[in-house]
Design a protein around this ligand. Sequence first.
Ligand code: AMP
Ligand code: TRP
Length: 342
Amino acid sequence: MTETTFTPRVFSGIQPSGNLHLGNYLGALKRFAAAQNEGIESIYCMVDLHAITVWQDPADLRRATRELCAGFIASGLDPEKSILINQSQVPEHAQLAWIFNCVARMGWMQRMTQWKDKAGKNAQNASLGLFAYPSLMAADILIYHATHVPVGEDQKQHLELTRDIAAKFNHDYGVDFFPLTEPVIEGAATRVMSLRDGSKKMSKSDPSDASRINMTDDADTIAKKIRKAKTDPEPLPDNTDELDERPEARNLVNIYAALADMPVEQVIADHAGQNFATFKPSLADLAVAKLAPIAEEMSRLMGEQDEIDRILTRGAERARAITAPILRQTYDIVGLVPPVEL
Ligand code: AMP
Ligand code: TRP
């Protein structure tokens, strides 16, 4: 079998549940705009079908989906250059997910740490959708034959599973149809940690709002959360090795580096010997300078809901020009009899 070369194509998704936070921005959104500007065809998705694997209030889900779209655009995505979609508006995602449910094995899903974390001790009561979540994620990516997926560190295992599904499909059917997608986990902030606990990732599900900086927080709130962030009493060291034992200090330095587009080494060189009483206000100023214009643009766009809905409708139309033929070919490979013209 000859190796097929696939045209580079980027895909990524974010769940419209809860607030967008600094982890989403630095781990994902900020880097999406970078990929777009390199001129690679890119599709960015609000994964509403993933969101409902746990309970979502319908009105909140609608609002969060539109707000996420506003967040994508405010972070620099141009809906003309990139394709912005809402997952449920492109039915081929869910259709391919069913095929993948028949390719993936129960044991693969059981090993997913996100499943274990989210289902917890109450797995018997979790939704079947939550268990199958990674299969739908593989379909999101592979329905575009996407080759590169920019995400935060927490999604690495799901992307390995996506490769396993593609490889098993190709092997079982004796084809070279789905690409083995590359995760793109880069930058100083692939895992932004909670501001209250340096051992936990910053997350929208953390009950403490002080643990995260939301994209819609105002300048005062951002400054206050950074001032109150947990740290240790030592000043900043003059080399990065010494940060290894200091997770909270490392987190603030990483956030600074990612926001300033600077190597971590440079941040350390510039701030070595400073106490947090000095470093935190600099970080707060930087965070406000970078995030406030995004929050402002998001709130402006939220006032133009019809425009957002039009962008998503147009995105879905462009997306389906890619997904419909790939689904048709998949069905053909699997042996599903297609409809004929009557
Ligand atoms: P989610 O909000 O779980 O849908 O995640 C959307 C994107 O943000 C994914 O690419 C995640 O990997 C990324 N992400 C979420 N939380 C963090 C975090 N604390 N640090 C870095 N990236 C994150
Ligand atoms: N599982 C991802 C998250 O929670 C969201 C997601 C769904 C995704 N489908 C995707 C990310 C496809 C990248 C590619 O963060």
